[in-house]
Write a protein that binds this ligand. Structure first.
Ligand code: THU
Length: 160
């Protein structure tokens, strides 16, 4: 039997003010996007903002449904909108902020597994890493230089 070890490296900023100015501004867009979340069931608002290589910023927020699985996360709302509206543009950076209406969300909230798989598809399609920054409502911000750091052993089209 062989064993493999998978490791990843992430950067951690103490708070939003430590981020480079352009990322602060992208994170501000994600925070603002939380206001458009439709989350009457979870009371958990998530906002995402994408910076594209055509300088457009595309936002998304989670949109829930009485039939729970029909809802969609903020990250996928944003990334599918970017794909639909700017199909030729590359996605350079993604900022995510999440806030619970029930408690203070003061630790970084990473994208869920389904969102990671969806973001991976676009990273592979554009053959260029997508930088990802995620936080709660306040506190530390985590940076991943590429989606692939967050999803080892991802499923891709090479096996289809
Ligand atoms: N949610 C997101 O928008 N992104 C994630 O990565 C995790 C979860 C949303 C889905 C649902 O509306 C609420 O947060 C609670 O799961």
């Amino acid at each position: 039997m062989d064993e493999i070890t998978i490791s990843t490296t992430l950067q951690v900023y103490d708070n939003i003010n430590e981020l480079p100015k352009d990322i602060q501004s992208l994170m501000d867009s994600a925070i603002e996007a939380r206001n458009n979340a439709y989350a009457p069931y979870s009371n958990f608002n998530v906002g995402a903002a994408l910076l594209l290589d055509n300088d457009e910023v595309v936002i998304g927020s989670n949109q829930e449904n009485a039939s729970y699985p029909s809802g969609l996360c903020a990250e996928r709302t944003a990334i599918y909108y970017a794909g639909a509206k700017y199909s030729k543009a590359k996605i350079l950076k993604m900022a995510i902020s999440a806030s619970s209406q029930n408690q203070v969300t003061d630790k970084p909230i990473p994208p869920c597994g389904a969102c990671r798989q969806s973001i991976a598809e676009y990273e592979i399609k554009q053959d260029q890493p997508i930088e990802i920054y995620f936080m709660g409502a306040k506190g530390k911000v985590v940076k991943s230089k590429s989606l692939s750091n967050l999803l080892p052993l991802l499923f891709d089209n090479s096996v289809l």
